[in-house]
Design a protein around this ligand. Structure first.
Ligand SMILES: *[C@@H]1O[C@H](CO)[C@@H](O)[C@H](O)[C@H]1NC(C)=O
Ligand SMILES: *[C@@H]1O[C@H](CO)[C@@H](O)[C@H](O)[C@H]1NC(C)=O
Ligand SMILES: *[C@@H]1O[C@H](CO)[C@@H](O)[C@H](O)[C@H]1NC(C)=O
Ligand SMILES: *[C@@H]1O[C@H](CO)[C@@H](O)[C@H](O)[C@H]1NC(C)=O
Ligand SMILES: *[C@@H]1O[C@H](CO)[C@@H](O)[C@H](O)[C@H]1NC(C)=O
Ligand SMILES: *[C@@H]1O[C@H](CO)[C@@H](O)[C@H](O)[C@H]1NC(C)=O
Ligand SMILES: *[C@@H]1O[C@H](CO)[C@@H](O)[C@H](O)[C@H]1NC(C)=O
Length: 531
């Protein structure tokens, strides 16, 4: 053992380490070979299959594990794989993706996209099987449930891995996963569910988490120390994984979660689910799911592109986790309120200030449009509830007494709280306030601004304070390793507690402040009375 390390050291001094054979892991169904990053000293097992191709009868269904085969496939990870992407036309920054155009060519996009990446520091990989294994961080990416991939919003976890070694240990294993997006993963509704599986994307993520339980020890990871982390749709996904099956299927396949800006459009009503499914059938030119399963990949991709492209109202993505009577027996907020979730988890959660700004219609400035938007989001909402939201929770009072001074500020706060930030308070209260929550408030603190800090890997235009980025990475990785973000040299990170304290991560300072979502409005949203 010592000898081989000395040899390796000698090799890198001579600059010939790259000639050492690259390791291959036997997954039973596939032999997977790593690449080695010399400067980062980590192995990269990229594009590892975790699910069978979700095609044929598996299209629109829960995924299946890879099939085992006498002749194992050899995979060197060099073929990049992403799930099909689509984007709503209201996103001004992407005006070239218009509703009726053809999707831009993407040679990495394929229906057979259930793949993940594993990054392992060299020392950890070499100890696999001999040492107990190190903590594991599993990333679920965001992107409105229609966009993104295991690498798109996290080009490299190299910086995070470095931060995980700051206290002198070997660090962590990092996993990033793909899951089906848009119509491929998120159709639902009573007619669809006669033979399709609603929330297929959540089942994809769960299969990947089960893969981690089964295989991560082969890479040097400890399956009993797994933290799932996700931002935006990834955070909304983690929220659904925490409340999976209303807690009725035993422990979830992970032990901790970091939930960042958890976002999704609550879809409790079968009415909206059914109408989206009907739009899909019309756009795809088919009458039923059997015919949709017979569509060519290219035709389905085009239908998905048009369905998501025409998302309405402004701010919506048409693809969301929904209440399905199975994976999500009720809204996550309701399940958390009722105690229907895995109580054994340890939680860290955070949100930004202006989460909602990018998702509100800039032209919706009057009372009619405020109320119309609510009716579009929640088609079965009663007049009484619309009135309660409009006049009691977010009244058109612009003297600053409610927290806004313009109609834009009013809509922004409603979207921020309802679709993003209240979720972090639901988690805190469900876990007896014994959680570590933070607010990322670096101006402008828009939705997604924190990602560049989480994945900081050297100076970049999106990071305004490099010290803050490294401190955040140390909080996250300390939590992954010790269940507590606190560590030597870091500002104290308090638990939430009965007084709802969060750590404010501001441009120039870090310190405790009261949580801005510990309020009556969030208590109301949690009850799900809008359907
Ligand atoms: C190798 O790791 C370094 C971090 O140490 C990173 O900056 C670099 O991008 C990585 N190289 C590749 C090809 O991913
Ligand atoms: C088994 O492996 C061979 C060789 O890679 C491949 O051609 C075949 O499609 C595989 N069969 C199944 C059922 O996966
Ligand atoms: C891992 O390997 C893949 C495939 O070679 C490459 O595209 C990716 O940039 C690598 N990632 C890191 C973090 O080194
Ligand atoms: C699907 O395609 C198969 C093979 O072409 C055909 O036999 C079957 O009738 C088709 N099913 C539907 C519902 O169109
Ligand atoms: C309210 O705003 C909408 C645009 O969102 C506009 O179409 C409508 O005419 C406005 N109504 C009133 C009463 O100003
Ligand atoms: C962050 O700091 C700015 C001043 O730099 C201040 O205006 C703002 O209120 C702070 N945000 C929070 C949430 O503390
Ligand atoms: C960056 O953040 C750190 C931690 O809060 C702080 O000590 C430092 O002063 C900040 N730097 C600037 C330039 O504001």
């Amino acid at each position: 053992m010592l000898g081989s390390k000395v040899l390796l050291l000698a090799g890198s001094i001579l600059g010939v380490a790259a000639q050492a054979p690259l390791p291959v892991v036997d997954l039973g169904y596939e032999l997977h070979q790593a690449t080695f990053n010399e400067s980062g000293q980590y192995y990269n097992f990229s594009n590892v299959r975790y699910g069978a191709p979700p095609v044929g009868q598996l299209r629109f269904s829960a995924p299946a594990p890879p099939s085992t085969n006498d002749s194992k496939i050899f995979n060197d990870g060099s073929t990049a794989v992403t799930c099909f992407q689509a984007i709503p036309a209201w996103t001004a920054s992407t005006a070239d993706w218009v509703v009726n155009a053809t999707p831009p060519a993407d040679p990495t996009a394929t229906e057979d996209c259930l793949f993940l990446d594993v990054m392992v520091p060299q020392t950890i990989f070499e100890a696999a099987g001999q040492a107990p294994g190190v903590p594991v961080m599993v990333w679920i990416h965001g992107g409105g449930y229609t966009l993104g991939s295991k690498t798109l919003y996290s080009p490299s976890a190299a910086g995070l891995i470095k931060a995980s070694q700051a206290q002198g240990g070997d660090g962590i294993v990092w996993v990033g996963l793909n899951y089906r997006l848009g119509a491929f993963g998120w159709l639902s509704g009573p007619t669809f569910q006669a033979s399709g599986t609603a929330n297929a994307g959540l089942y994809d993520q769960r299969l990947a988490l089960e893969w981690v339980q089964q295989h991560i020890a082969k890479f040097g990871g400890d399956p009993s120390q797994v933290t799932v982390i996700g931002e935006s749709a990834g955070g909304g996904s983690v929220l659904h994984q925490i409340t999976a099956f209303g807690g009725l299927k035993g422990p979830v396949p992970f032990q901790q979660a970091i939930v960042q800006s958890p976002g999704f459009q609550m879809t409790p009503s079968a009415t909206l689910q059914e109408s989206i499914y009907n739009s899909f059938l019309t756009i795809a030119g088919v009458d039923n799911l059997d015919e949709a399963r017979n569509l060519s990949t290219q035709d389905l991709q085009l239908a998905n592109y048009k369905l998501v492209g025409s998302s309405y109202p402004y701010g919506s993505f048409t693809s969301n986790p929904v209440v399905d009577g199975a994976f999500a027996p009720a809204l996550p907020g309701q399940l958390l309120l009722h105690g229907q979730f895995d109580h054994s988890l340890r939680i860290m959660a955070g949100h930004n200030i202006l989460e909602g700004l990018e998702f509100m219609n800039p032209f919706a400035q009057n009372e009619t449009s405020f109320e119309d938007t609510l009716r579009l989001y929640f088609p079965t909402i009663t007049d009484a509830e619309v009135e309660y939201i409009s006049y009691t929770l977010y009244p058109p009072v612009f003297d600053g007494s409610v927290g806004y001074t313009t109609p834009t500020g009013r809509s922004e706060l409603m979207i921020t709280e309802a679709f993003f930030t209240c979720n972090t308070n639901f988690l805190a209260r469900a876990y007896d306030n014994n959680v570590f929550n933070y607010i990322f408030s670096v101006p402008p603190s828009l939705h997604g601004d924190d990602i560049a800090y989480t994945y900081y890997n050297g100076p970049s235009a999106s990071v305004k304070n490099d010290t803050l980025a490294v401190i955040m990475q140390e909080y996250f990785t300390n939590f992954v390793i010790t269940s507590n973000p606190n560590g030597a040299g870091l500002p104290a990170f308090p638990t939430y507690g009965a007084s709802a304290t969060v750590l404010d991560l501001n441009l120039t300072t870090i310190g405790p402040i009261p949580d801005n979502v510990a309020n009556e409005r969030c208590l109301w949203w949690q009850k799900g009375l809008y359907a």
